[in-house]
Design a protein around this ligand. Structure first.
Ligand code: NAD
Length: 329
């Protein structure tokens, strides 16, 4: 199968290039995202391969279908960036439902430990030989309560690690798994009782801006908020407002941001940043922003490449599409 691989970065080639030969697929690496301008590049291809920030809307899907492109291969788990309903009956959408939940959970914990114990600030200080520790005080996680929203693959991996720290877990999920050794509760109780809140649910109409002015006001003083799921779970304007006007947060760590498209994964260091919210968020010492890198381990990238290419093979050979994303409507 010839596949147009959009948003290609050097690290994508590391696993995709050798494995594509093994699976007998030809990859056309394209640096840009999939847009109306770049879509003609997929002209002779049977599939396109996209990532988290390619917004595959109805317009693009209709063009792809006209071009006889058979599949949209998402090299990620989340599929909120593809109009699944518009794709229904026109083009198959396949994803990588699970590659390394541990990679994301471990990164979420790394963020939590950093904002709690302020190692990001200590690193800068000691490089400058400023050996003071004033302002770097954190809290013991042992004995504290972690609120985990979404107890799927990543949420469960996160819970295991936090339980290892001796934390009590409060969880919320639309579909609770009562076989887990945790207490499920409602969102209000989770917000008001948790010392740490970590988001692991998908972005849907229901979860859009789940963290907003109202829900933030229910949180405990000094709460640590970690988002490694999708940016739009948080209303960033409301978050910024709370950071500016209250002292509710002990720290906030964001690996994802609702307006990350076009900014994340790019070197913008020479550019003027027009996103005032993001620009302001980066100025708070207790806010840590990373560029959607929680998935970024060798093991995860190999698994992503293998499953994406297996999806392509299944599509090419009209086999059962176990990783197809199907419209619910
Ligand atoms: P999963 O499908 O295994 O688990 C998601 C859980 O969320 C499920 O248990 C589901 O029941 C629950 N859920 C669905 N709607 C909900 C709602 N309204 N309220 C509460 N819970 C709800 O998915 P996963 O593999 O654990 O991934 C979770 C999310 O992590 C993905 O959707 C994706 O957005 C994000 N992700 C981020 C990165 C990264 O690099 N930052 C990488 C992979 C995945």
């Amino acid at each position: 199968m010839k596949i147009a691989f959009y948003g290609a970065k050097p690290y994508d080639r590391v696993w995709f290039e050798p494995l594509s030969k093994e699976y007998g697929h030809e990859l056309l690496f394209i640096d840009s995202l999939l847009t109306t301008d770049t879509i003609p590049l997929a002209n002779s291809c049977q599939a396109v391969c996209v990532f988290v920030n390619d917004r595959v809307n109805k317009e693009l899907i209709d063009i792809l279908a006209k071009m006889n492109v058979k599949g949209i291969l998402l090299r990620c788990a989340g599929f909120n960036n593809v109009d699944i309903q518009a794709a229904n009956g026109k083009i198959k959408v396949l994803r990588v439902p699970s590659y390394s939940p541990e990679a994301i959970a471990e990164f979420a914990v790394a963020l939590l430990l950093t904002i709690n114990r302020k190692t990001h600030r200590a690193y800068s200080r000691t490089r400058d030989f400023n050996m003071t520790i004033q302002g770097l005080m954190g809290m013991d996680l042992h004995g504290k309560t972690a609120g985990v929203i979404g107890t799927g693959k990543i949420g469960r991996s996160m819970i295991k690690i936090l339980q290892g720290f001796g934390m009590k877990i409060l969880a919320y999920d639309l579909y609770p798994d009562y076989s887990l050794d945790i207490e499920y509760t409602n969102l209000d109780t989770l917000f008001s009782s948790s010392d740490v809140i970590s988001l692991h649910c998908p972005l849907t109409e229901e979860t859009h801006h789940l963290i907003n002015k109202e829900t933030i006001s229910k949180m405990k003083q000094g709460v640590y908020l970690v988002n490694t799921s999708r940016g739009a779970l948080i209303d960033s304007a409301d978050l910024l407002d709370s950071l500016r006007t209250t002292k509710i947060f002990g720290g906030v760590a964001l690996d994802v941001y609702e307006e990350e498209e076009g900014l994340f994964y790019e070197d913008n260091s020479d550019k003027v940043i027009h996103d005032d919210i993001l620009a302001r968020l980066t100025t708070f010492p207790h806010v840590l922003i990373t560029s959607h890198q929680a998935f970024f381990t060798n093991e995860a990238l190999e698994a992503i490449a293998r499953v994406t290419l297996e999806n392509a093979t299944a599509l090419e050979n009209n086999k059962t599409l176990t990783n197809e994303v199907i419209s619910q409507q």
